[in-house]
Design a protein around this ligand. Structure first.
Ligand SMILES: *Cc1c(COP(=O)(O)O)cnc(C)c1O
Length: 366
């Protein structure tokens, strides 16, 4: 068998007529920038997530920048986040001149550990940025309580988790601002780069909309230092089509994850399967398991590759050990759990279209 990791081409073929017609409609109108499809998508995203405002933007990275710019994050400010995430989460903090302050992760969910946050709060701390890793929100109850107690902002990096929930609310509808990404391989992807910022605050929404278009409140009148951060109309048209099918996609991802867990549960003591908190649902961006036996992961990956099962590692090096963050002065041993998980974690093929036979095959090969 030869397994496809994300089945993006398969998905395109499935919705080809609808997607082609949506793209052609933009071409026929040539409304490439801020066309009506952009507004349509923003309304559709609001309806789907329950967030009062959805503002599309050029990528999940820009979404993080816009969120922090809207909250006036400035050089010297400190932002608490997880070292076990994609670089964009901490890179954008540093890009704005602020300082990423890392906190180790929870060994079960791999998300930021709220019990280790308060000791890192100083009078320069402005915000906490949890990441909903692999699709599962962090412990938002505890994070919001800490943010409220210390008067900090909560920005949720939901790049991997569109449609996930915590206590019945989508993670786009939690915190002060939440962000997502429509990078093709995310659960809800476009055909290039795209992203969105969510908030329930009218004031922040208005500011984010201006920041996205060079800080302008009126053409050629610039209230803020902003950026060129719009999402293309064509990309919005694609997401409008995919969003119609997304509830179904999410349900299928749940099914795939459930089947994986059933198949793998009995296989081996060295396997650690994903854990989802009872208060949360995951969007299952990844189904990531651990090979809890040092040095064995790479061997398992190589063997799986030989039998047609692609795997990936999200992420092999925690951010505090990255060269670009050397200046922060962290060293190996600072965040033992993130370091351990980064050596053991491995993502299996995950998409809504994996068949039971494929999942059984993958499990058997493992
Ligand atoms: C993908 C990702 C981003 C960045 O999204 P882009 O659309 O690729 O810019 C940010 N944070 C996390 C956790 C991600 O996985």
């Amino acid at each position: 068998m030869k397994i496809d990791f994300a089945k993006l081409q398969y998905q395109y073929q499935l919705y080809k007529e609808e997607i082609d017609s949506a793209i052609h409609s933009v071409l026929d109108k040539s409304n490439y920038i801020m066309g009506e499809e952009v507004k349509e998508l923003e309304e559709n995203l609001q309806n789907f997530t329950g967030a009062k405002h959805a503002i599309t933007c050029a990528s999940g990275t820009d979404a993080l920048l816009l969120a922090m710019m809207a909250l006036d994050i400035k050089p010297g400010d400190e932002i608490i986040t997880t070292p076990f995430t994609f670089i964009a989460t901490a890179e954008t903090i540093a890009f704005l001149g602020a300082k990423p302050v890392f906190v180790d992760i929870d060994e079960k969910t791999y998300n930021i550990d709220p019990s280790k946050i308060e000791e890192k709060i100083t009078n320069k701390t402005k915000a906490i940025i949890p990441v909903s890793l692999y699709g599962q929100p962090a412990d938002i109850d505890k994070l919001q309580a800490i943010a409220d107690k210390h008067n900090l902002k909560l920005i949720i990096d939901g790049a991997q988790s569109f449609g996930s929930t915590f206590n019945g609310k989508t993670d786009s509808n939690l915190g002060d601002i939440s962000t997502t990404s429509f990078f093709p391989a995310k659960p809800l992807g476009c055909f290039g780069d795209g992203g969105a910022v969510f908030t329930n605050s009218d004031e922040l929404a208005q500011k984010i909309k201006m920041l996205r278009i060079h800080g302008q409140n009126k053409r050629y009148h610039h209230k803020y230092i902003g950026m060129g951060g719009r999402m293309d109309t064509i990309q919005c048209a694609v997401v409008n089509v995919k969003l119609k099918h997304y509830k179904d996609d999410l349900a299928k991802r749940q099914e795939v994850a459930k089947k994986y867990s059933e198949e793998l549960r009995v296989k081996s003591e060295e396997l650690v399967l994903p854990y989802v908190d009872k208060r949360a649902t995951s969007a299952w961006a990844q189904y990531s398991i651990r090979i809890n036996d040092e040095g064995q992961r790479e061997k398992v990956q190589a063997k799986l590759k030989e039998v047609g099962v692609p795997t990936a590692v999200h992420y092999p090096m925690p951010l505090h050990l990255q060269e670009c963050f050397e200046y922060l002065g962290y060293k190996e041993g600072n965040f033992p759990i993130a370091e351990k998980i980064s050596k053991e974690i491995m993502s299996l093929p995950m998409n809504p279209y994996l068949s039971d036979e494929e999942i059984e095959y993958i499990a058997t090969q493992i």
